[in-house]
Design a protein around this ligand. Structure first.
Ligand code: CO
Ligand code: CO
Ligand code: CO
Length: 319
């Protein structure tokens, strides 16, 4: 669901607090964190969606990589996962097996195991995972820790919503869409390990609300303004040229409507590039605020003291 619709539905429901619930529903974080002892906390998340690619094995991998990502985004290590699946009665058994095999392979690659699941019949297929991981309670990366002086790094290129829309409409070839599939299926484990080596003040992953939406959650939770460098953003091949031709997903427009008032965009940032900042991502990269970026990190912005907007988009970064 879009960000506006979801917060409207949740606003009258008050979830009880627990002293062990270190990260709960009210902070727009990627996963919840529940303290088990002074040294150990449990990180848990759930994510599932309809097919984003035609190949069932790739779809399974992407859905699993996406679900696992929320544990990495909190700084945790996934331990086990449950399948959540909805399959139409007429979906061939081979396709179902390939989806589940793709999910299983990604879970193994993440160092975790599938422990069970639940499947129902549904006309629209859906697949994903409920993932449980572990973390030291003092080493949780929430949205709330970004500090002025930190730089912002992003670990995957942007534009998967735009390229997926173009592929669905037959505007780009399978060869042109292949880099997007590879990026969506890539685990955020390596990125999380690289960030952990230098430490992070705040971290999230970039998914349905786009780079802007997730950066706003971080900026607002941290009480800072985030400056994004439009010319430094890593982009998937074809994403910018497709955006120039007006090929954009509906979710991009919803994100722009909802988040626009918290964003200032400098003159000279081309509209096609602005679109990409609002593009909903499937299984996007980690966005982290760090004091010291790891070697080779892609720096896309910096953290400033709180200004009148949450996000300030400038053309070039001040190096
Ligand atoms: Co997330
Ligand atoms: Co999620
Ligand atoms: Co986080």
């Amino acid at each position: 669901m879009g960000p506006g619709a979801l917060s409207e539905l949740l606003k009258d429901i008050s979830c009880a607090a627990s002293e062990n619930l270190l990260v709960g529903i009210d902070t727009s974080d990627d996963a919840c964190v529940y303290k088990l002892s002074g040294e150990l906390a449990c990180v848990q998340t759930v994510d599932f969606f309809p097919p984003v690619v035609d190949d069932p094995y790739m779809y399974g991998q992407i859905a699993a990589a996406n679900a696992l990502s929320d544990v990495f985004a909190m700084g945790g290590s996934p331990a086990f996962a449950l399948n959540i699946a909805c399959f139409p009665d007429d979906l061939p058994g081979d396709a179902i097996r390939e989806i589940l095999r793709g999910g299983n392979d990604k879970v193994l690659e993440a160092g975790a195991v599938i422990a069970g699941g639940h499947t129902i019949a549904d006309p629209v297929p859906k697949y994903g995972l409920c993932v449980t991981g572990f973390i030291h309670p003092d080493k949780v990366w929430t949205n709330a820790g970004a500090k002025p002086g930190d730089v912002l790094i992003l670990t995957k290129p942007l534009g998967s919503g735009i390229t997926a829309t173009a592929f669905k409409q037959g505007i780009i070839t399978p060869e042109q869409f292949a880099p997007t599939i590879a990026v969506m299926a890539t685990l955020n484990k390596g990125a999380g390990d690289a960030i952990a080596a230098g430490g992070a003040s705040a971290c999230t992953d970039v998914t349905g609300f786009g780079l802007i939406g997730h950066a706003i959650e971080m900026a607002d939770a941290s009480g800072v303004t985030i400056e994004l460098f439009a010319d430094e953003l890593p982009l998937l091949p074809e994403a910018l040229s497709l955006s120039e031709r007006g090929i954009i997903p509906g979710g991009l427009c919803r994100n722009r409507e909802y988040f626009a008032e918290k964003v200032r965009i400098a003159e000279g940032v081309p509209p096609a590039l602005q679109n990409i900042l609002f593009d909903p991502q499937t299984s996007g990269g980690l966005l982290a605020a760090v004091a010291e970026p790891y070697p080779g990190a892609c720096i896309v912005g910096r953290v400033l003291p709180k200004e009148d907007v949450s996000i300030d988009i400038v053309k070039e970064g001040q190096k």
